[in-house]
Design a protein around this ligand. Structure first.
Ligand code: MG
Length: 376
């Protein structure tokens, strides 16, 4: 067994083609970039995103978002990653840098051993999903560069199937909502934040400007299930096509009751963080909202999507306010989702990367290896 493994390693390093089942050019290209003496090295720095507008949801308002930018260097190549940490989720510059200081990637000889590497990273401390994602994303970017392929190719997805992204309109005063709706002219679908006592005003105001489809996110803001059901029927009449996290995540029976009767699909967001939550969400919601900053990165997000689809659930891909790094990373999954909400990089004024773009409201992936970034 060991002999065979050594043989494979030697063959790979020599750049020879092995086995009919393995795509030759991919491996041959990679072999030149794998060096048994090289080790991965992680670097990170805190950064603060400036938001273009004050952002308000059912539970909070803010003008900045703390992020940590990571790089994993290996054999002369660099993969980029990011942790985005909206304060209400509990991570911070301090918690992320403390966590990342514990990560020692030099213990791994082979950067392709992602299962072992991320199991090690996950085991360093509980929680810290965004900090973990920043390592996962950087390694994915690195591996894509080693293979000289973008991740949508590695996963086997058709990038032309990437959906339109919604543009998010936060809870605000009527004139601001009207203005933001007008500014979102490029987008084919709008996402509106609900969950306060202004829900009808928010929808009516948007409808005074446009008849585009709307997705709605209640962020657990509804407390009474009968009133919630009545609102869902009203929203459907107004052209709302789905609802995110209608009631508090702990209220499993109420959310399931609502899903059973809802005229539009319901999506669990706050209720669904990581892989084991997908199974729990089955029967409670029609679909799940996957975000890299909850899932600990691309590896687990990909598994969550596959599991949800196998259970017959819908999938939505969401984001935080993030640079084009984390948005680009998520976008490689987007050809396979029902709804995409990847407007995070459009909401900030100090992006540091060029990557996946939104063109005429559609998610457009770059034909570049890894997650497809260029540093600005
Ligand atoms: Mg949400």
């Amino acid at each position: 067994m060991n002999n065979r493994r050594d043989f494979l390693k030697t063959t790979l390093l020599a750049g020879a083609s092995i086995g009919a089942g393995i795509p030759g050019p991919l491996i041959a290209g990679a072999s030149a970039r794998i060096n048994s003496n090289a080790r991965m090295k992680l670097r990170f720095r805190p950064y603060t995103l400036e938001l273009k507008h004050v952002f308000t949801i059912a539970t909070s308002s803010r003008t900045t978002t703390p992020v940590v930018l990571t790089e994993v260097e290996y054999n002369g190549m660099i993969g980029y990653g990011e942790a985005s940490m909206p304060p209400y989720l509990g991570e911070s510059h301090e918690s992320a840098t403390t966590f990342l200081s514990k990560v020692d990637l030099s213990r791994f000889e082979n950067p392709f051993e992602l299962e072992s590497i991320m199991e090690y990273v996950d085991g360093l401390a509980p929680g810290n999903p965004a900090a973990k994602a920043s390592v996962d994303i950087a390694i994915h970017d690195l591996l894509g560069k080693i293979m000289n392929q973008p991740w949508y190719n590695i996963w086997g997805y058709d990038k032309k199937l990437a959906p339109p992204t919604s543009f998010t309109i936060g809870i605000d005063k009527e004139d601001v909502v009207r203005q933001k709706t007008k500014e979102a002219a490029e987008f084919k679908i709008l996402k509106v934040k609900l969950g306060r006592d202004t829900d009808r005003m928010m929808i009516e105001t948007i409808r005074s400007v446009t008849d585009k489809p709307i997705t709605a996110d209640v962020n657990q803001g509804w407390k009474d299930r009968a009133a919630a059901l009545e609102m869902l029927h009203w929203l459907k009449e107004k052209g709302v096509v789905m609802i995110e996290q209608p009631m508090p995540k702990e209220q499993i029976d109420n959310n399931a009751w609502l899903t059973e009767r809802s005229p539009i699909p319901t999506f669990g967001d706050e209720a669904v963080q990581r892989l084991p939550d997908v199974k729990k969400a089955h029967g409670v919601y029609s679909g799940i909202n996957i975000k890299l900053m909850k899932s600990t990165g691309m590896r687990e997000a990909h598994k969550m999507m596959e599991l949800a689809r196998s259970l017959g659930m819908q999938v939505m891909l969401g984001c935080m306010t993030e640079t084009s790094c984390a948005i680009s990373a998520a976008s490689h999954l987007s050809p396979m989702v029902d709804f995409a909400d990847l407007d995070g990089a459009l909401l900030i004024s100090n992006d540091v990367y060029d990557g996946t773009k939104v063109i005429d409201g559609k998610v457009v992936l770059m034909e570049r290896p890894g997650i497809g970034l260029k540093k600005l």
